[in-house]
Ligand binder design. Structure first.
Ligand code: SF4
Ligand code: SF4
Length: 164
Protein backbone atom coordinates (compact mmCIF):
# COMPACT_ATOMS: atom_id res chain seq x y z
CA UNK A 1 0.00 0.00 0.00
CA UNK A 2 1.45 3.33 -1.08
CA UNK A 3 0.64 5.25 2.11
CA UNK A 4 2.42 2.68 4.28
CA UNK A 5 5.38 1.69 2.11
CA UNK A 6 5.90 4.71 -0.13
CA UNK A 7 6.04 2.26 -3.03
CA UNK A 8 3.30 2.51 -5.67
CA UNK A 9 1.18 -0.54 -6.41
CA UNK A 10 0.46 -1.88 -9.90
CA UNK A 11 -2.93 -0.13 -9.69
CA UNK A 12 -1.25 3.19 -8.89
CA UNK A 13 1.17 2.78 -11.79
CA UNK A 14 -1.54 1.83 -14.23
CA UNK A 15 -2.97 5.35 -13.78
CA UNK A 16 0.25 7.12 -14.82
CA UNK A 17 1.88 4.88 -17.44
CA UNK A 18 1.02 5.67 -21.07
CA UNK A 19 -0.62 2.97 -23.15
CA UNK A 20 1.44 0.56 -25.28
CA UNK A 21 0.72 2.48 -28.47
CA UNK A 22 2.13 5.72 -27.04
CA UNK A 23 5.13 3.95 -25.52
CA UNK A 24 5.86 2.41 -28.92
CA UNK A 25 6.05 5.87 -30.51
CA UNK A 26 9.15 6.88 -28.55
CA UNK A 27 10.24 8.88 -25.50
CA UNK A 28 7.50 9.90 -23.12
CA UNK A 29 7.20 11.18 -19.58
CA UNK A 30 5.94 9.10 -16.64
CA UNK A 31 5.09 11.06 -13.50
CA UNK A 32 4.94 8.78 -10.46
CA UNK A 33 3.37 11.30 -8.09
CA UNK A 34 0.51 9.83 -6.07
CA UNK A 35 0.06 11.88 -2.93
CA UNK A 36 -1.82 15.15 -2.88
CA UNK A 37 0.56 17.70 -1.41
CA UNK A 38 0.92 21.45 -2.00
CA UNK A 39 3.44 21.21 -4.84
CA UNK A 40 3.24 22.27 -8.48
CA UNK A 41 6.55 23.16 -10.16
CA UNK A 42 6.08 20.37 -12.70
CA UNK A 43 2.91 22.04 -13.95
CA UNK A 44 4.78 25.11 -15.18
CA UNK A 45 7.97 23.35 -16.27
CA UNK A 46 6.64 21.95 -19.54
CA UNK A 47 6.65 24.61 -22.22
CA UNK A 48 4.70 22.32 -24.56
CA UNK A 49 1.72 22.13 -22.22
CA UNK A 50 1.96 18.36 -21.88
CA UNK A 51 1.53 18.64 -18.11
CA UNK A 52 -1.93 20.10 -17.71
CA UNK A 53 -2.32 23.27 -15.61
CA UNK A 54 -3.29 22.66 -11.99
CA UNK A 55 -6.63 24.00 -10.77
CA UNK A 56 -5.43 23.63 -7.18
CA UNK A 57 -1.88 23.40 -5.79
CA UNK A 58 -2.77 20.00 -4.26
CA UNK A 59 -3.74 18.51 -7.63
CA UNK A 60 -1.93 15.45 -8.95
CA UNK A 61 -0.19 15.98 -12.30
CA UNK A 62 -2.15 15.00 -15.40
CA UNK A 63 -0.26 14.44 -18.66
CA UNK A 64 -1.35 14.81 -22.28
CA UNK A 65 0.99 12.13 -23.66
CA UNK A 66 0.36 13.21 -27.24
CA UNK A 67 1.96 16.58 -26.50
CA UNK A 68 4.99 15.13 -24.70
CA UNK A 69 8.21 14.83 -26.70
CA UNK A 70 10.14 13.14 -23.89
CA UNK A 71 12.59 16.04 -23.68
CA UNK A 72 12.99 15.49 -19.92
CA UNK A 73 13.08 19.17 -18.90
CA UNK A 74 10.36 18.58 -16.30
CA UNK A 75 12.46 15.94 -14.50
CA UNK A 76 14.66 18.46 -12.72
CA UNK A 77 11.69 20.59 -11.63
CA UNK A 78 10.33 17.94 -9.25
CA UNK A 79 11.48 18.06 -5.61
CA UNK A 80 9.99 14.60 -5.12
CA UNK A 81 12.19 12.95 -7.79
CA UNK A 82 8.98 11.53 -9.23
CA UNK A 83 9.40 12.29 -12.94
CA UNK A 84 10.99 9.93 -15.49
CA UNK A 85 11.18 9.63 -19.27
CA UNK A 86 11.12 6.22 -20.92
CA UNK A 87 12.15 5.53 -24.52
CA UNK A 88 11.26 1.97 -25.44
CA UNK A 89 12.61 2.53 -28.97
CA UNK A 90 16.16 3.31 -27.92
CA UNK A 91 17.57 0.18 -29.61
CA UNK A 92 16.52 -3.36 -30.50
CA UNK A 93 17.46 -4.67 -27.06
CA UNK A 94 17.59 -1.64 -24.80
CA UNK A 95 15.26 1.05 -23.50
CA UNK A 96 16.48 4.45 -22.33
CA UNK A 97 15.46 5.87 -18.96
CA UNK A 98 16.04 9.52 -18.03
CA UNK A 99 15.88 9.83 -14.26
CA UNK A 100 16.53 12.41 -11.53
CA UNK A 101 19.75 12.03 -9.55
CA UNK A 102 21.03 14.12 -6.65
CA UNK A 103 23.85 11.96 -5.23
CA UNK A 104 27.43 13.12 -5.74
CA UNK A 105 29.85 12.46 -7.29
CA UNK A 106 27.86 12.14 -10.49
CA UNK A 107 28.44 9.01 -12.57
CA UNK A 108 30.33 9.40 -15.83
CA UNK A 109 29.07 8.79 -19.34
CA UNK A 110 29.87 5.18 -20.30
CA UNK A 111 30.07 4.00 -16.67
CA UNK A 112 28.33 0.80 -15.56
CA UNK A 113 26.22 1.44 -12.48
CA UNK A 114 23.75 -0.48 -10.35
CA UNK A 115 20.11 -0.12 -11.33
CA UNK A 116 17.58 -0.01 -8.48
CA UNK A 117 13.85 -0.60 -8.41
CA UNK A 118 11.24 1.59 -6.66
CA UNK A 119 12.05 -0.07 -3.34
CA UNK A 120 15.74 0.74 -3.71
CA UNK A 121 16.68 -2.89 -4.34
CA UNK A 122 19.41 -3.63 -6.87
CA UNK A 123 17.92 -5.35 -9.91
CA UNK A 124 20.84 -5.31 -12.32
CA UNK A 125 23.41 -3.19 -14.08
CA UNK A 126 22.85 -0.29 -16.45
CA UNK A 127 25.07 1.88 -18.62
CA UNK A 128 25.18 5.64 -18.27
CA UNK A 129 24.46 7.18 -21.67
CA UNK A 130 24.31 10.85 -20.73
CA UNK A 131 24.83 13.06 -17.68
CA UNK A 132 23.06 16.39 -17.66
CA UNK A 133 24.17 18.70 -14.86
CA UNK A 134 21.45 21.20 -13.98
CA UNK A 135 22.64 24.24 -12.03
CA UNK A 136 20.90 24.55 -8.63
CA UNK A 137 18.45 21.79 -9.55
CA UNK A 138 18.24 18.02 -9.81
CA UNK A 139 20.60 16.46 -12.35
CA UNK A 140 19.31 14.17 -15.08
CA UNK A 141 21.00 10.85 -15.85
CA UNK A 142 20.15 8.81 -18.93
CA UNK A 143 20.76 5.07 -18.69
CA UNK A 144 20.23 2.18 -21.08
CA UNK A 145 18.59 -0.92 -19.64
CA UNK A 146 17.20 -4.21 -20.96
CA UNK A 147 13.74 -3.55 -22.39
CA UNK A 148 12.00 -5.75 -19.82
CA UNK A 149 13.43 -3.59 -16.99
CA UNK A 150 12.27 -0.19 -18.25
CA UNK A 151 9.20 -0.11 -16.02
CA UNK A 152 11.06 -1.43 -12.97
CA UNK A 153 14.26 0.64 -12.71
CA UNK A 154 13.79 4.06 -11.13
CA UNK A 155 17.15 5.01 -9.56
CA UNK A 156 20.84 4.21 -9.71
CA UNK A 157 23.78 3.67 -7.44
CA UNK A 158 27.40 4.01 -8.43
CA UNK A 159 29.61 0.94 -8.17
CA UNK A 160 31.64 0.96 -4.95
CA UNK A 161 35.24 1.04 -6.18
CA UNK A 162 36.81 1.10 -2.70
CA UNK A 163 37.39 -2.67 -2.69
CA UNK A 164 39.07 -2.83 -6.01
S1 SF4 B 1 9.29 15.38 -21.00
FE1 SF4 B 1 9.37 17.44 -21.97
S2 SF4 B 1 7.51 17.50 -23.25
FE2 SF4 B 1 7.23 15.78 -21.82
S3 SF4 B 1 6.09 16.63 -20.07
FE3 SF4 B 1 8.29 16.81 -19.57
S4 SF4 B 1 8.89 18.88 -20.26
FE4 SF4 B 1 6.93 18.38 -21.25
S1 SF4 C 1 6.64 18.67 -8.86
FE1 SF4 C 1 6.87 16.46 -8.46
S2 SF4 C 1 6.09 16.13 -6.36
FE2 SF4 C 1 5.37 18.17 -7.06
S3 SF4 C 1 3.32 17.75 -7.93
FE3 SF4 C 1 4.80 17.67 -9.63
S4 SF4 C 1 5.36 15.49 -9.80
FE4 SF4 C 1 4.39 15.77 -7.80
Amino acid sequence: MLERTGIPTDDDLEKVIPNKERLAKGPVVIIECFQKIPCDPCAISCKLGAIKPFKDINDLPQVDFDKCTGCGICISSCPGLAIFVIDENYSDEKSLIKLPHEMLPLPQKGEEIYALDRAGETVGKAKVVKVLKIKSKTNIISISVPKNMAMKIRSIRAEDKRNG
